[in-house]
Design a protein. Structure first.
Length: 184
């Protein structure tokens, strides 16, 4: 069951749910909605142009394959200027991260979802990977795709996604230990 804004604030106040930089605990803070927390866009992007790596074939089941290493090698890094933007073209895939790093306790899991205002423009913020497991620590990475007909301007610090927090039936016996734990 999704946590309400009251439960989210209680988890933050008890320092069981950690956001860095901190989410303002002011009850009027618009980043905490009725049952979600808005996440902000970090300045660094990995852009994967459809024609950037001709002949490259991906084998994600290969021994030692590391997704982020592959993406960094085959994409280009873009930094959104402080008062500027990155123009995301239609059909472009961009790997972005949230400004916030997150630490989930063993009794909470989460889902990253898009914001309807951006989705209606054609911006998908996760291809098929919305789950954030109990015990996860680190920034969240977004697999953003512009499936709309218009270029979309991405600005650092803009509200890019929402995090929906959920109680785990019983706390997990151990936290997430996969390749994305504590990624930078």
């Amino acid at each position: 069951m999704a946590l309400s804004n009251v439960e989210i604030r209680a988890e933050i106040a008890a320092e069981r749910l950690i956001f860095d930089p901190p989410i303002n605990d002011d009850p009027d803070d618009s980043r905490i909605g009725s049952s979600s927390v808005d996440l902000l866009l970090h300045e660094r992007l990995i852009v994967l142009a459809q024609d950037s790596s001709p002949g490259v074939i991906v084998d994600p089941s290969a021994s030692g394959f590391r997704v982020m290493d592959f993406l960094q090698k085959n994409g280009r890094t873009e930094i959104i200027p402080e008062h500027g933007s990155y123009q995301m073209a239609p059909n472009e895939l961009v790997i972005a991260r949230t400004l916030e790093t997150l630490r989930l306790p063993l009794h909470l899991a989460a889902r990253v979802e898009g914001k309807s205002s951006l989705a209606r423009l054609g911006l998908s913020v996760h291809v098929t990977a919305p789950s954030v497991h109990a015990g996860f620590e680190g920034p969240l990475y977004l697999e953003m795709n512009n499936i709309g007909p218009f270029p979309i301007l991405l600005r650092r610090g803009m509200a890019i996604a929402q995090l929906i927090l959920e109680h785990v039936g019983l706390p997990a016996s151990r936290g997430y230990e996969g390749q994305f734990q504590r990624q930078t």
